[in-house]
Write a protein of this length. Structure first.
Length: 211
């Protein structure tokens, strides 16, 4: 009898334990469900704020879907232009829509950041050599100089004029803390690679990577 009673007690304890586990699991699921509902309300609130400000919220879809839709919109725009049809305007709106979705996607930002970091690692040595060579040609006080003053100090005329005209070269002599203070739009205009050699581009890339 005692063994039977013990078995019964063990079964009851196991059943109670199982019930407690199910209760805990159910409680956890309720917490997750409540959090999901809260996040959905936050998303709807943000969408309403964007709409009130005159902005259209981006589509929340997987990155590969957004990129596929963007490529499809580009294709339709090209076909519309080539055929002279009326679908061009709609395709252009779709391009803008999916371009915003792609650029706002966190996976896109992560991928771009990873590609940038990989490029910096791969080109660190040649970029550093280019920066050292550029600094040898650009006076330390270039921002307080003029083309004529650089010529007077012995810099060849053509080089002095190029250094003065190409503000991107000045970054080789500006401290990284000062570069950080420059507005990104001004920095992009200043460091545009138009008419810059790959050597200059490397030196600028090296200096910008430090900031």
């Amino acid at each position: 009898m005692s063994s039977v009673g013990g078995d019964a007690d063990g079964a009851a304890a196991a059943e109670a334990g199982g019930a407690a586990a199910e209760c805990a699991a159910g409680s956890g699921l309720n917490v997750v469900a409540a959090r999901n509902r809260e996040l959905e309300r936050e998303v709807e609130t943000l969408r309403g704020q964007l709409a009130a400000a005159g902005h259209t919220p981006v589509d929340c879809v997987p990155l590969d879907v957004a990129e596929a839709n963007l490529r499809d919109a580009v294709r339709r725009l090209m076909e519309g232009d080539a055929g002279g049809g009326g679908g061009g305007d709609n395709a252009e709106r779709e391009i803008e829509r999916w371009d915003r979705a792609v650029r706002a996607h966190p996976d896109f930002a992560a991928r771009e950041r990873a590609a940038r970091d990989a490029w910096q690692r791969e080109h660190r040595a040649p970029n550093a050599r280019a920066l050292r060579a550029t600094r040898a040609l650009v006076p330390a006080d270039v921002s307080a100089s003029s083309a004529q003053s650089m010529i007077d100090r012995g810099l060849p005329r053509a080089l002095a004029r190029r250094v003065w005209a190409k503000k991107a070269l000045w970054l080789a002599r500006i401290h990284v803390d000062d570069i950080r203070k420059v507005h990104v739009a001004d920095l992009q205009v200043t460091t545009t690679n138009t008419a810059n050699s790959s050597f200059v581009t490397r030196s600028v890339a090296r200096e910008r990577s430090q900031s």
